[in-house]
Design a protein around this ligand. Structure first.
Ligand code: M6R
Length: 607
């Protein structure tokens, strides 16, 4: 979604801002803009389209020593040049970039219009600019404080004023902002990636906090002008992790990285001596863990499907009732919180609004909520009652891939821990954890088969509808496969339980609708084969994802994408890989923008 970057310092501000905006492109956006000041005046350039389009309209000589920039993902008002950020007041004295949604903007706008102000855009952000200008009496910090007092909704803001050159004022409520502390330069951004090329020292702002910065200093304060002291934290990601490193897209790179990213998720958390999982950040004693009677997992999108895998495992292996629920539904259903229930919220970005708001509602009701997140310092891990980082490294492609396998890694470890505390013997635990430890190597083996998956994907890329079918633990994997295909190729794909197709979706089957079946290595295998035959009886083509050596499947299916053999309960790790690669290759064949698919944003920070 929208991205903010601000800069004060000796480097040419335009370049720093454009480079920062490029780093934020992965979040998804439809227009971009910057405002750059040189001490005499400031200039704003903005337009619909990509950062490269914006660069074209900025004269070479525009350098400046401070400024703010923005990538917009439209919420209020269409995608056009006028609605792109930055926005100014009607005297063009101050300029604002904003992430978030102002809920009372219409009432504020009506009042401003009745006071004689005129508006150039349809955005809620222009209201903020006008409001701060009305409050401005020679002190930008004070004007921003007074203006945000009147705002209802969410904002991450960066503001500059013509009369205070070299200064940026920022404010946060519900939309992330990070301060970057450099040597003789300062940054303000919605995401550390925008500043990592320049500094690894960051201060994560909390809701209700404001900052005022120049190139040499910054001060933080709250809405009542009380001074705030915060710790500077180190950003652990490396700049090279933000590069494609020889791959043509981030998605391909991230798919292929999974052997390593799963390894990082497991590292230091496999306890062979105890034949169990070890998760340091849970903040729960053994006794508290033993008293858990139920687990609820709350998340959105791919993280929700990882949560479904987690819930299935907890019931199956640890015999603890568990359930995954969509974050967007939890908040408004007045959830029943019981003391013996443990909650997990799962989020790659740690900023997804639906998930964050669900977590806050659960906490208000007294729940203990643990986070399973990737982005260190993001809001969910900071506000949760404990949790586990998945250590995937930056996930830049909009379509989530490596986060999924790292999220489930955490649930495997947690499930084993819970199972061992209950009925799992040392031997059972040891066997399981030994096989879990082999998963990174098996993932690497599966990746060697990418070429075959490419061939199959190319042959099927021109179909308009797909079904993805799995059962048990592979049902959420089927849902994830369908999500991957639809979001990056724009092909209609539905994920279903293979058993469920006879209750309706089988009506869709004909020679033009292929079905991708996930075939387990035991358990419900025969049942899945039955469903496959039902599809074939209706002339539907079958692409099977099956375990090496399953000769019967080779005879039945039209195509087989093979994965190595592992413990049946660990199959999601390997079965999801061909689905990710299949979606990727189909999208490539259709010449889609794989990393930044249309209409999507990486981190969905609005409800
Ligand atoms: O950052 P989160 O894990 O909270 O994001 C949740 C979803 O928005 C995300 O998984 C989304 O569905 C992806 N585009 C899936 O590829």
């Amino acid at each position: 979604m929208c991205g903010i970057v601000g800069y004060c310092g000796p480097k040419p501000a335009t370049e720093v801002l454009l480079e920062g905006l490029k780093r934020l492109e992965y979040r998804g956006y439809d227009s971009a803009g910057v405002c750059v000041g040189d001490g005499e005046t400031f200039q704003t350039y903005k337009r619909r389209g990509k950062v490269r389009d914006l660069r074209e309209i900025i004269p070479e000589e525009v350098g400046g020593f401070y400024g703010i920039g923005h990538t917009r993902w439209a919420t209020h008002g269409g995608v056009n040049d006028q609605n792109a950020h930055p926005h100014s007041d009607d005297q063009n004295n101050l300029v604002v970039v904003h992430n978030g949604i102002i809920e009372n903007y219409q009432a504020l706008k009506n009042k401003l219009i009745s006071d004689g102000h005129t508006f150039k855009s349809e955005t809620d952000t222009e209201v903020i600019a006008q409001l701060i200008a009305v409050m401005y009496k020679g002190n930008l910090e004070q004007a921003v404080r007074e203006a945000v007092y009147l705002l209802k909704g969410t904002y991450g803001l960066a503001v500059v004023h013509r009369d205070e050159p070299g200064k940026i004022v920022g404010a946060r409520n519900g939309s992330p902002l990070v301060i970057g502390v450099g040597e003789g330069e300062m940054f303000l951004a919605s995401d550390v990636m925008a500043m990592m090329a320049h500094t690894k020292s960051a201060i994560y702002m909390e809701d209700g906090e404001l900052v005022s910065m120049t190139k040499d200093s910054y001060k933080m304060f709250d809405i009542n002008d009380q001074h705030i002291e915060k710790q500077v934290e180190h950003i652990h990601w490396e700049l090279e992790q933000l590069e494609k490193n020889g791959y043509t897209t981030f998605m391909e790179k991230e798919i292929h990285e999974q052997g390593q990213s799963i390894q990082r998720a497991l590292q230091g958390r496999i306890d062979f001596d105890g034949a169990t999982g070890h998760l340091g950040g849970l903040n729960l004693t053994a006794k508290e863990l033993l008293n858990i009677e139920r687990v609820e997992i709350v998340a959105a999108g791919t993280s929700y499907y990882a949560g479904m895998v987690g819930a299935f495992l907890l019931e199956r292996m640890a015999r603890i009732p568990a359930h995954a629920e969509l974050a967007s539904e939890v908040r408004y259903k007045n959830p029943i919180v019981q003391p013996s229930t443990l909650y997990f919220v799962v989020s790659q970005s740690g900023e997804t609004a639906d998930t964050l708001y669900a977590m806050r509602e659960l906490q208000r009701k007294g729940a203990t909520v643990l986070g399973v997140c990737n982005v260190v310092g993001s809001t969910i891990p900071r506000e949760s009652d404990g949790g586990v980082y998945i250590h995937s490294g930056p996930e830049i492609a909009v379509a989530s891939t490596k986060a999924f396998t790292s999220q489930i890694s955490v649930f495997y470890l947690f499930t084993l821990l819970m199972a061992r505390m209950r009925h799992y013997s040392f031997e059972e635990g040891y066997t399981f954890i030994s096989e879990l430890n082999r998963i990174p190597a098996l993932v690497e083996q599966t990746m060697q088969r990418a070429e075959h998956i490419r061939e199959v994907a190319r042959r099927y890329a021109h179909h308009e509808n797909f079904l993805f079918l799995g059962r048990g633990l592979l049902y959420p994997v089927a849902l994830e496969g369908a999500l991957k295909l639809k979001e990056i190729s724009y092909i209609h794909a539905e994920g279903y339980s293979a058993a469920e197709i006879k209750h309706g979706p089988i009506a869709l089957i004909n020679e033009h609708t292929p079905s991708v079946f996930l075939v387990p290595d035991g358990g419900l295998r025969e049942k899945v084969i039955n469903s496959m035959k039902e599809v074939q009886a209706r002339e539907g083509k079958v692409i099977a994802v099956a375990v090496d050596g399953d000769d019967e499947i080779a005879e039945i299916a039209d195509e087989v994408l093979w994965v190595p053999k592992t413990h049946e309960l660990l199959s999601p790790f390997l079965m999801v890989l061909p689905l990710q690669l299949f979606a990727f290759e189909v999208a490539l064949e259709l010449k889609r923008d794989v990393d930044q698919p249309r209409n999507l944003a990486k981190s969905v920070t609005v409800e």
